[in-house]
Design a protein around this ligand. Structure first.
Ligand code: ADP
Ligand code: MG
Length: 700
């Protein structure tokens, strides 16, 4: 029978229908090629022989050379155990088998040189190895066994059918022998030589049977790179169709409003990062292409002012702008803040949210339609069909992670020529993840905080320190400062969480009684209007302590608040903790964040708490968060932002991803349609890949 790479795996010698079904279910392997893409996850170096006298505690599997001098079945009549004595001239240890003892005893050669491989454990004062691999030394040498052994991941079910790592390795060798001539090149020659990569055929050979660790490494790199390069080509081509190929409104000049604001009303000097990002945005806006840009900036890095100035550019060029926020509180805060900054300028700012009544909406909608309203701020109410702009030129989406991708695209329909889009994230996403999940967006980064910010001092305390914390709260309040006390509310319907919150509110109210102290409370079960009253009381300084759930997480700005106590901090996610902490440290005063926990919590929680105490840097925190939770969870379930990858891994291969992005960009800059003869390989493979992985083009 002739087989080839795409043949069903059942046709592989040694597989058959039962194993084929298991391979499909357990590893997603359907074809020969799928099997060959099941790459080793590590290698065992079998070129080194250890000595029994060198074995150290906690060692991993080792390879030894010596002789078996004695073998016997023990365990009485049942003879359930096989024990052999193995010596290498320096020392002796025992080899033990609990399974298959009667069969194995006949296979064990006595007094000839053997190679033994396994994991030593200490038994009293003696070492022993359970279920070692044993092979005659001459056979070992004959098959050149002394190289690197690939170790493949397997599953219990596969192992039960003889397909553990070694079993898979055997199948892979058979599959490789039959198909290796079919491995044609998928990368252009000039890239192979530039990056010093082996050919594709060599790479597959080297990855499954490397002679040296370096070879394995190069082969793996090449295969990972290849997958990521094609992913980036797909994303960047998609991005081109959304930008270069899609006409964007042209903001040809910087006009009066922008200049007036910059010279007269800007209340502070822009940070260098803000200036740089504004330049990037301006460059986009005047090209005539469509801007699709992600602005990443840590809490407090000053994204709002960047959005506002971009909006002024739109207005200067005769267009309207809108800013969409994820919550009412935030929308109103933006409206107030921006209204305040623009109060002496002739720019009309309006707001629409769910709670803006019909009667109040009417004049706003009219003003939008005839162009009197310059900037519209709101929640997702903005994308309702009744909201019609005269000529929307720029849409800003704040705190993107709260919006689904679908909502973003709805904004586009608001204008004949789609408005430029600026997406701002509250939680930094690791850069390489952003390159993928938001692969069709350009990325700007505000990597600098406005001057004068003091690091927030963060500490972890257990419940036993509660009294001290209460006096610390008192001290802050006596100094005229304000305090947030945050309770977890993971599940809106979880009554037990509300009980914690209410108990906390009561005990804090007893400790800080009226009329000297005013305590506020906000949570998700309150009516928006009541929530609003409480927030305003706190924002204006009427209440000193605000007991709250995570509803205060996003964006809320009360510069006089300098202390945040987070209760049951072990229950919060890392990015959520960071978001919450960002509510303090917004004014000039030294701010504090205290993470309260029980005495015991998981090691993962410990890692989160330690990270919070160690750093204030949102990007660093995002990296740790991605390590803990993986890329999928970071983006949340609404976002289908994680591509299916067979070989590469978004976490592990961050550096390779950067290279792939860079090269893909360079190729497309030179040759957008991949028409050049040197890019034929890329073009052909891209077509094939898009057929195999249609979801790659739908990532964001
Ligand atoms: P975020 O990026 O979290 O949305 P904001 O835009 O709300 O941050 O800005 C946080 C605070 O920093 C605001 O009070 C804002 O007025 C202030 N701010 C922004 N840029 C600067 C700057 N260049 N210098 C001083 N303060 C600034
Ligand atoms: Mg903000």
């Amino acid at each position: 029978m002739t087989t080839h790479l795409e043949s069903p795996i059942a046709y592989l010698k040694g597989v058959g229908p039962k194993r084929a079904e298991l391979l499909k279910v357990e590893l997603g392997v359907n074809t020969f090629f799928d099997l060959l893409q099941h790459l080793p996850f590590r290698y065992e170096d079998r070129s080194v022989f250890h000595r029994i006298s060198d074995i150290e505690a906690d060692s991993t599997s080792l390879q030894l050379k010596g002789k078996i001098t004695k073998k016997e079945l023990v365990g009485g009549k049942k003879a359930s155990r096989l024990v052999a004595v193995f010596q290498d001239g320096d020392g002796a240890l025992e080899l033990v088998w609990f399974k298959g003892a009667k069969w194995i005893i006949n296979q064990l050669p006595l007094n000839v040189e053997v190679v033994v491989f396994g994991r030593p454990t200490k038994f009293g004062s003696k070492w022993n190895i359970a279920h070692p691999e044993v092979e005659k030394a001459d056979a070992f040498e004959k098959r050149r066994g002394g190289g690197l052994h690939p170790i493949y991941s397997s599953t219990e079910k596969l192992t039960n059918r003889g397909l553990n790592s070694a079993g898979l390795a055997r199948l892979i060798r058979v599959a490789w022998d039959g198909t290796q001539s079919e491995f044609t090149e998928t990368l252009p020659d000039h890239l192979l030589s530039e990056l010093k990569f082996p050919s594709r055929r060599e790479a597959f050979e080297m990855v499954h049977a490397p002679r040296t660790p370096l070879e394995a490494d190069r082969a793996l790199k090449r295969l990972r790179f290849e997958e990521l390069l094609y992913l980036q080509l797909v994303l960047l081509q998609h991005k081109r169709t959304l930008t270069v190929d899609l006409p964007g409104v042209v903001f040809s000049h910087v006009g009066e409003k922008f200049h007036q604001f910059y010279s007269q009303y800007l209340p502070f000097e822009l940070t260098n990062a803000q200036k740089r990002v504004l330049k990037e945005i301006r460059a986009d806006l005047k090209t005539g292409w469509h801007m699709n840009r992600l602005l990443q900036g840590d809490v407090g890095s000053g994204k709002t002012i960047v959005a506002l100035m971009a909006a002024l550019l739109a207005i200067d060029n005769g267009y309207q702008a809108c800013i969409m926020a994820p919550t009412e509180i935030l929308a109103f805060q933006h409206a107030e803040g921006i209204g305040d900054l623009l109060k002496d300028m002739d720019v009309s700012v309006e707001i629409i949210t769910g709670s803006v009544k019909k009667s109040a909406r009417k004049p706003i909608l009219e003003g939008l339609a005839d162009g009197r309203v310059d900037i519209l701020i709101g929640t997702h109410s903005l994308i309702e069909p009744t909201v019609v702009f005269k000529n929307l030129g720029l849409a800003v989406i704040d705190e993107q992670h709260k919006f689904g991708v679908a909502q973003r695209s709805k904004l586009w329909a608001k204008s004949k020529i789609p408005p430029h889009v600026l997406v701002m994230t509250a939680t930094p996403i690791p850069r390489t993840l952003a390159m993928t999940a938001y692969g069709d967006l350009d990325i700007s980064v505000l990597d600098e905080l406005p001057p004068g910010r003091k690091e927030i001092v963060t500490a972890h305390r257990t419940d036993t320190k509660r009294l001290e914390i209460l006096s610390f709260i008192e001290k802050q309040v006596k100094q005229g400062r304000q305090v947030y006390m945050v309770y977890p509310l993971i599940d809106e319907s979880a009554t037990i969480d509300y009980k914690d919150l209410m108990d906390g509110y009561e005990s804090i109210s007893r400790r800080f009684p009226l009329p000297q102290y005013q305590i506020g409370i906000v949570h998700g079960r309150m009516k928006p209007a009541d929530k609003d009253i409480e927030m305003k009381r706190f924002a204006s300084g009427q209440s000193q302590i605000l007991v709250a759930t995570t509803v205060i997480e996003v964006g809320v700005n009360v510069p006089n608040a300098t202390l945040m106590v987070i209760e049951s901090a072990e229950r919060f996610g890392l990015s959520q903790l960071h978001q919450l902490r960002g509510r303090v440290g917004r004014g000039g005063g030294q701010s504090y964040c205290i993470l309260m926990t029980k005495d015991e919590f998981s090691s993962e929680a410990r890692r989160r708490l330690e990270t919070m105490c160690r750093t204030n840097d949102g990007f660093e925190i995002a990296e740790v968060d991605m390590e803990i939770r993986g890329p999928g969870d970071i983006l949340g379930t609404q976002q289908s932002g994680v591509p299916d990858l067979k070989i590469a891994d978004l976490m592990r291969d961050r550096e390779i991803m950067s290279t792939a992005r860079y090269i893909a960009q360079r190729v497309l800059d030179e040759d957008p349609g991949l028409e050049l003869p040197t890019h034929t390989t890329l073009k052909n493979n891209l077509v094939r890949i898009l057929k195999d992985r249609p979801n790659w083009s739908r990532i964001s």
